[in-house]
Design a protein around this ligand. Structure first.
Ligand code: AMP
Length: 216
């Protein structure tokens, strides 16, 4: 089974939701740099303070900071089981850094899953997105509503809208995606690692397609 993977694709295409589901099903750590930055901010660390000025505007946190944070995470024991990278790498220079890190560890990537969705749909998906501040579960006010309005099904916490999930910031994040992250698609395609997945469907068939790609 493939266990070392990256999820790429625009914000709001469903990468995070799929990564969370698969991480639980397969017992492989889900490494989301966006979640890591939000956790640092919540814990009021210096890294969190620094990252917030970028995340709030929808621009990328500097590579040196992000790469170092990912390196630290990769030193933890659980990554030996594999990893689902979500939101990292976000540009070709981070991809080069990851290659070096993996070769230092004697590992290589098994697959890069490109979850696609058109921009118009993304704007609706992101502005309607609500997340649980406690467990990180992701909902959508109409497409994936919780059982009780505004309350997380798993732990009863009050759902919140991410500060960068407003229309204005989403437009910025999409332009950052097209300019900085999109070149990764060609990068991983030429490495023979890229598989496209249509993210514009219900969660379940997408999960099933990914499981098949992984040979799980
Ligand atoms: P996400 O949750 O993946 O949408 O990320 C939220 C925000 O965190 C992004 O808009 C960036 O400001 C920051 N971020 C997440 N991952 C990265 C990364 N790999 N490089 C730089 N900034 C990142």
């Amino acid at each position: 089974m493939k266990t070392r993977m990256i999820f790429v694709g625009p914000p709001g295409a469903g990468k995070g939701s799929q990564a969370k589901i698969l991480s639980e099903m397969l017992n492989i750590p889900h490494i989301s740099t966006g979640d890591m930055f939000r956790m640092h901010f919540k814990n009021n660390t210096p890294l969190g303070q620094l990252a917030k000025s970028y995340t709030d505007q929808g621009t990328l946190v500097p590579d040196s900071v992000t790469n170092e944070m990912v390196r630290d995470r990769f030193m933890q024991e659980d990554v030996k089981k594999g990893f689902i990278l979500d939101g990292y790498p976000r540009n070709p220079s981070q991809a080069d850094y990851l290659n070096e890190l993996l070769s230092e560890l004697g590992w290589s990537l098994d697959v890069v899953i490109n979850v696609t969705s058109p921009d118009e749909i993304i704007i609706d998906r992101i502005t309607g997105r609500r997340t649980c501040p406690v467990c990180g579960s992701i909902y959508h006010i109409t497409n994936q509503p919780p059982k009780v309005d505004g309350i997380c099904d798993k732990d009863g916490a009050t759902l919140v809208q991410r500060k960068d999930d407003t229309k204005e910031t989403v437009v910025k994040r999409l332009s950052v995606y097209h300019e900085e992250t999109y070149p990764l698609i060609a990068y991983y395609k030429s490495a023979g690692l890229l598989v496209d997945i249509n993210g514009n469907r219900d969660l379940k068939p997408i999960t099933n397609d990914i499981l098949e790609i992984l040979g799980a």
